[in-house]
Write a protein of this length. Structure first.
Length: 146
């Protein structure tokens, strides 16, 4: 009995970020290497937070540290291709958030890959967990899915 997830559809996400694949993203097998997907996860999450003005990567007193990540792969992507990293929030805790990301080929409705990314928010200097601020929580709620 398989427990593999089915690929998500675009309408299951709230925010999209376009990314152009690069020549160096391909591996010897002719498709985007698995480690690149994790870079895209990081990119869509942090770009969203920066654009929403709740993260300044150089001076925010609170930062999110990745404590867990996972990815399922369904269909290959390759260079040259534009992909869209789709983002939603699945859970907001006191000091952590679980982002869920789908990676879609341009104009394709079914995810080529999907996974999650958990941030724990910590004091930049001491690295101790801190509660998610009201402004950050409001931005996260905008892309939260039931």
């Amino acid at each position: 009995m398989s427990t593999r997830q089915a690929p998500h559809k675009r309408d299951q996400y709230r925010h999209f970020h376009s990314i152009n694949t690069r020549w160096m993203d391909n591996d010897r097998y002719g498709h985007v290497n698995n480690v690149v997907y994790y870079s895209w996860f990081d990119t869509v999450v942090n770009a969203y937070l920066i654009r929403a003005e709740v993260l300044d990567i150089e001076s925010s007193p609170v930062i999110g540290l990745v404590v867990e990540t996972h990815c399922n792969y369904f269909s290959p992507l390759t260079f040259p291709q534009t992909v869209e990293a789709a983002l939603r929030v699945a859970h907001i805790g006191t000091s952590s958030v679980r982002y869920e990301i789908g990676v879609f080929a341009e104009n394709v409705q079914t995810a080529s890959a999907q996974g999650h990314f958990v941030h724990v928010y910590v004091d930049r200097t001491g690295r101790s967990a801190v509660p998610i601020s009201a402004p950050l929580r409001a931005v996260l709620e905008q892309i939260r899915m039931p």
